[in-house]
Design a protein around this ligand. Sequence first.
Ligand SMILES: *Cc1c(COP(=O)(O)O)cnc(C)c1O
Length: 381
Amino acid sequence: MTTPPVDGPFREALIDLGAVRHNVSTLRARVATPHFLAVVKANAYGHGMIPVARAALAGGATHLGVADVAEGLALRSAGISTPILAWLHDPNEDFVAAVSAGITVCVSSVAQLDAVARAGERAGLKPDTPPTVHIKIDTGLSRNGAADATWAELFARAAGQEAERRVAVEGIFSHLSNASIEDDLTQATRFESGVALARKAGLNPTLRHLAASNAALTLPQLSFDMVRVGIAMYGISPDDSVAPHDYGLRPVMTLRGRVAAVREVPAGTGVSYDLTYRTSSASRLALVPIGYGEGVPRAASDRGPVSIRGNRYTVAGRVAMDQFVVDCGEAEVEVGDEVVLFGDPARGHPSVADWAAATNTIGYEVVTRLGGRLTRTFVDA
Ligand SMILES: *Cc1c(COP(=O)(O)O)cnc(C)c1O
């Protein structure tokens, strides 16, 4: 038995900030909108919000997007002074902290608009710098955003608040379903009529934005003044029809660990809980110290692809809370060897898309759910 290599992470998500920068500048050049919003919600899709936000700005992002105010405040606490949009709010959110920190609150209702105006007053904002808001309208996703029946009332109210210098309506936006090109184009038409209605009400939103990654890549005519790009910035495809590599995008995350134990077993040996897997011949079994405690889906049992020493294997048996097993057959494998769950296919690793396919989900979920005991290591190659 040789001595195991001494260095290498036990388990980690390796985050390539150079790839974030590269992806943002590649996407910026492609969509060529005057503004580019990098979406860093949910801990930057599991990649680590603060370092990713900084890398996105270095790559040319002009705005950052988060779901809730607390995420925006965390960016501000880290010293990031770029415009930040937050668009999903606690019904009790008072917005005082948000407007004091200069976060652009995206409002979907008159109640939210009024709450932001009140917050501006309570925060002591001067009339020449009232809270900046964007109005979010629903154009067919039936999720967040003002329903079209409420547009006229919301726009009139916003124009009134703006005339009193209680808010400044800088933008208007909506979000696409990506159900089909036709559905997205229908939403775009509704969006344009919403913008026209807002203008008729006396508003002049200079930042119109509709496209997220999918439309930014595939429907450039929907880019308006800004795109809001999340998943593509991480080098991951928004859907099966789009290969990130074809757009010059590079994967940002490598999920890896080290083989914690190796054992040699005869043919017919059952592996892991419920013994769903049995070796078909005498085999070396490698133990990988990553499990659903780190967010690796249990659905990857007997399905998830991994790479060890350049060889491709499949998870053998159940993924447990802390660990899973790989059947390396007769191939060489030693304690301390690197195991890559996903990374850069150009380097022979399985991709996030491979994991999404193996576990019947989407790339977004594969990376965003990661956490637990996983260490994030940031490199800037
Ligand atoms: C999450 C989100 C995005 C980013 O979507 P991607 O498909 O990851 O690019 C854009 N806009 C809104 C409103 C979102 O909630």
